[in-house]
Design a protein around this ligand. Structure first.
Ligand code: C2E
Length: 352
């Protein structure tokens, strides 16, 4: 659903949808705040979904939708809100576990101090004890104190074990949440945020180790026309198809991402120009080689082609500049007739 809304917002129906959202907000007498806009956007995109039904219930009950209510709805139903909520939940569990461990350690510490005092007292009494009965009482007291400390230590171990397990579970869960936040839901490729982080890291590594780094941007040709003719669902399938080809050829250290609506990016650390160019040409040819069919009607969708631009990083060049040069090369591929790969000019040429 989130992916579909994202795609619609970048397609030909985006402005019509945005206008409908504003009209519906005005009719419902809610302010056009960013949160409300996002809520109404998802509501109108899926009126019978959970969020849609909740908003309809609130509207029917004539309850005013305050900012606090909107925030609650956003936390519960919006994709980003859910993520924040997951992170908050994780924080709460971590807090609980840390408190429990801190309490257990503090209890164990107190009982060890008390045990130390019992031992010191017993040691003083043993020296002055001359009667076996008195000694027996002392030994019985010491045995009881030892058992108590043993029991408390066992309980501490159990609590530490349980907390260790809970923290490990939490770590796994957070890793899934993190991966989710870095993944494009429609294509399962890395998303723009993950790409930005990866490109920065790859740039730093290339600078530090003086290794090559190339960046390619790939854009589906005439995607909007395609969407208009065959509809969004088929458009989404085409995005998934291109992504599946990219995923196949981008084993580590390569890194593929969906960069924007119909634009993808591929990072090539430590590969020579000829290898990068050959890989990109393989991708381009493979994508156009498949005869796609519209699943609902079996119509022939014709070939999907992509235009590609790539640039190789020069020493000292920033990620932003590299991206600009790859983008400029993509633009040249588009201007040159599409369905082609263009190598970017180096920074001096580009500046000239
Ligand atoms: P998907 O529909 O989820 O399919 C995932 C994978 O299942 C495909 O990966 C393919 O290996 C297999 N598969 C699904 N349907 C068929 C089928 O009818 N015949 C055969 N032989 N295999 C099938 P693949 O090929 O990498 O495609 C990835 C995604 O690209 C697909 O995800 C779909 O969203 C899109 N796609 C690929 N080909 C077509 C097509 O001809 N028409 C449409 N509408 N979408 C396509």
């Amino acid at each position: 659903m989130a992916a579909q809304v994202e795609t619609t917002l970048r397609g030909p129906e985006s402005y019509a949808l945005a206008r409908r959202v504003l009209e519906a907000m005005e009719a419902a007498e809610v302010w056009p705040t960013p949160v409300n806009f996002e809520l109404w956007l998802y509501y109108l995109s899926e009126p019978e979904g959970d969020l849609g039904r909740e908003i309809q219930r609130l509207l029917a009950s004539k309850e005013p939708i305050s900012e606090a209510t909107a925030d609650m709805l956003a936390a519960e139903y919006l994709p980003r809100g859910r993520l924040t909520e997951e992170i908050r939940d994780a924080g709460r569990v971590l807090d609980r576990e840390l408190t429990s461990v801190a309490e257990a350690i503090s209890e164990a510490h107190s009982s060890n101090v008390a045990f130390g005092a019992t031992l010191a007292e017993a040691s003083a009494n043993i020296e002055s004890a001359d009667d076996p009965e008195q000694l027996k009482v002392l030994v019985t007291g010491l045995t009881a104190a030892t058992h108590q400390v043993q029991a408390e230590n066992t309980s501490l171990e159990q609590r530490l074990d349980s907390s260790t397990r809970e923290v490990a579970r939490l770590r796994e869960h957070l890793e899934l949440v993190r991966r989710d936040a870095m993944t494009d839901a429609l294509t399962n490729l890395a998303n723009r945020k993950a790409f930005d982080i990866q490109l920065e890291a790859a740039t730093e590594a290339a600078e530090a180790k003086a290794t090559p780094l190339a960046l390619a941007v790939l854009d589906i040709d005439h995607f909007k026309r395609f969407n208009d003719t065959w509809g969004h669902q088929t458009g989404d399938q085409v995005l998934r198809y291109v992504a599946s080809v990219l995923a196949r050829v981008s084993a580590e250290p390569r890194f593929a991402a969906r960069y924007g609506g119909e634009e993808f990016a591929l990072i090539f650390p430590a590969e020579k120009t000829t290898a990068v160019f050959a890989a990109l040409e393989c991708i381009r040819k493979e994508i156009r080689s498949r005869a796609l069919r519209r699943r609902s009607t079996n119509d022939d969708l014709g070939a999907v082609t992509i235009s590609i631009g790539f640039a190789e990083r020069r020493p000292g060049e920033t990620a932003v500049s590299l991206l600009e040069r790859a983008d400029a090369a993509l633009y040249e591929s588009k201007r040159g007739g599409r369905d082609m790969t263009t190598r970017g000019r180096d920074p001096q040429q580009a500046a000239a």
